[in-house]
Design a protein around this ligand. Structure first.
Ligand SMILES: Cc1cc2nc3c(=O)[nH]c(=O)nc-3n(C[C@H](O)[C@H](O)[C@H](O)COP(=O)(O)OP(=O)(O)OC[C@H]3O[C@@H](n4cnc5c(N)ncnc54)[C@H](O)[C@@H]3O)c2cc1C
Length: 461
């Protein structure tokens, strides 16, 4: 029996954000794939969390050309689409950090062709559970449907942080800044404390400033590191090579040396980091659990500040706000934050061990997505873990998957045809968050699927 004679594979994709939509677009072109059902709890097809942000100051965090296209053969597709629709004129680096909703529009336009052809059905519904069913799976949804599929892709993306440390819960502490209208109650004259200094925190500060908040905004994180500024890329033809994988500290040392050496040749550190990034999954998998934990404890925030960067004008705006003392960035830990009538009384311990007290009207949790899935408050995740069909990933991050992105069950057995894609696989691969990484992961999965089909045509189960 050859693959042409096999029934086309039925696919269910859970999550219609960038990852789920890219999965639909890539799988639709993969031989042997039949009908695809794309489920999204919030109906945010093609957008998910990142690309449904409505304002023009919610911008992509890389120049548009780095977002790539939808497959292996169309790396310019987004830029071409932007130019074709009059959103950018020419390859101008500084204006190409376009609003995020434009990337959502781009994905929606590609998806619309597939839904019109009938190959993909987009359903506004939440998956509650997945269970083995014959040789495939059954996905039960909140509306009571049961979808039978040969392949299931779990593309559920980013989850809000689950804890708020020592901050006493109150109507003036916002733990999910991504929730619709979460920032609406903050008034122009309110003071705000933002916990976190990474990409989410910067996004929120920019949002507050554009909303007209005039009082001081304070950002606090252990190291107080803001993302660094991006610049025009220069090709780095010779990425750092340090096989076999050394310790995390050894690797950082090698990377620093490489940056220093290349600076003399006019290659900026940003470009060195970008080429190095292509190998991070390999390094991560080569590290022991102890080394991974060491990285998470000591070097993660330094890495993230260099890896997620700012558009030059955003970096400039943050610098101006700091100069005007409208923005303070403090390396510190929150010690206590009891609620008061007007907000919170906060005690923070700065890195120099100085104790600072401040009264603030609002505290916002901008520490980034919850990465430990055993803490995620989502019925599907809880069901996958409770039934043992999935288990937490290495060092407790995301869900455990094998090299094919098949979920690994509680007993350690990979589940054929049950995939996790994107941020859920961070325990195994570390960084699968940016659109480019997610697309790369999906292209690998599609290639593997084709190879598996060829294999099973010679050796049927
Ligand atoms: C604020 C922000 C800005 C970012 N900016 C960029 C950027 O500029 N460039 C870049 O490359 N990357 C960016 N990223 C990284 C981002 O993670 C990826 O680009 C990408 O958006 C991740 O897509 P996703 O589909 O995995 O996740 P999400 O966008 O979180 O989408 C997951 C979807 O799954 C749905 N869902 C969840 N559970 C269920 C369920 N049980 N049943 C049905 N549906 C479900 C959700 O409703 C959601 O729509 C950003 C991330 C964030 C959070």
């Amino acid at each position: 029996m050859t693959s042409e004679h096999r029934a086309p594979l039925r696919v269910a994709i859970i999550g219609g954000g960038a990852a789920g939509t890219l999965a639909a677009l890539i799988l639709a072109k993969t031989p042997g794939i039949g009908r695809i059902t794309l489920l999204d709890r919030d109906g945010r097809f093609g957008r998910g969390l990142a690309y449904s942000a409505p304002e023009k100051w919610h911008r992509i965090n890389v120049p548009a050309y780095k977002m790539g296209g939808c497959g292996a053969d169309d790396p310019e597709a987004f830029v071409d689409w932007l130019a074709g629709n009059g959103h950018v004129t020419g390859p101008d680096y500084s204006t190409s950090f376009v609003p995020r909703w434009l990337y959502g529009d781009f994905l929606c336009a590609q998806l619309a062709e597939l839904t019109a052809s009938g190959q993909v059905e987009a359903r506004h519904d939440a998956a509650l559970s997945v269970a083995p069913n014959g040789g495939g799976y059954r996905v039960v949804t909140a509306s009571g449907d049961a979808i039978e599929a040969d392949l299931v892709f779990v593309c559920i993306g980013n989850h809000p942080p689950s804890g708020f440390g020592p901050v006493e819960p109150s109507p003036r502490s916002i733990s999910d800044v991504w929730a619709a209208n979460a920032l609406d109650p903050i008034a122009a004259d309110d003071s705000v404390l933002v916990i976190g200094t990474g990409a989410t925190a910067v996004d929120v500060v920019i949002d507050l400033v554009h909303r007209g908040v005039r009082r001081e905004i304070t950002m606090v994180s252990r190291r107080g590191l803001l993302p660094r500024v991006d610049i025009v890329a220069v090709a780095d033809p010779d990425p750092v090579q340090t096989w076999p994988v050394p310790t995390v500290r050894g690797l950082f040392h090698a990377l620093r040396e490489d940056i220093r050496r290349k600076a003399a040749d006019g290659i900026p550190w940003q470009s060195v980091i970008d080429t190095f990034r292509l190998q991070t999954a390999g390094f991560w998998q080569g590290f022991s659990e102890t080394e991974r934990a060491r990285f998470s404890r000591h070097l993660r925030s330094i890495w993230l500040a260099h890896r997620h960067r700012l558009a030059p004008d955003v970096a400039e705006l943050l610098a101006q706000l700091q100069q005007k003392r409208q923005l303070r960035v403090i390396p510190a830990r929150i010690m206590t934050a009891p609620a008061t009538q007007w907000g919170h009384d906060v005690t923070i311990r700065a890195r120099g061990l100085e104790t600072i007290h401040l009264a603030t009207n609002w505290i916002l949790n901008c520490t980034g997505p919850e990465e430990r899935y055993d803490r995620v408050n989502d019925p599907l995740v809880q069901s996958l873990l409770a039934t043992g069909l999935a288990r937490p990933g290495p060092t407790g991050l995301g869900l455990d998957v094998d090299q094919k992105c098949w979920l690994i069950d509680r007993a350690g057995k990979p589940q054929p045809g049950l995939f996790a894609i994107g941020p859920a696989t961070r325990g195994t691969f570390w960084e699968v968050t940016a659109a480019t990484n997610i697309r790369q992961q999906l292209l690998g999965v599609a290639e593997q699927l084709m190879a598996d089909q060829r294999q099973s045509s010679i050796r049927p189960k």
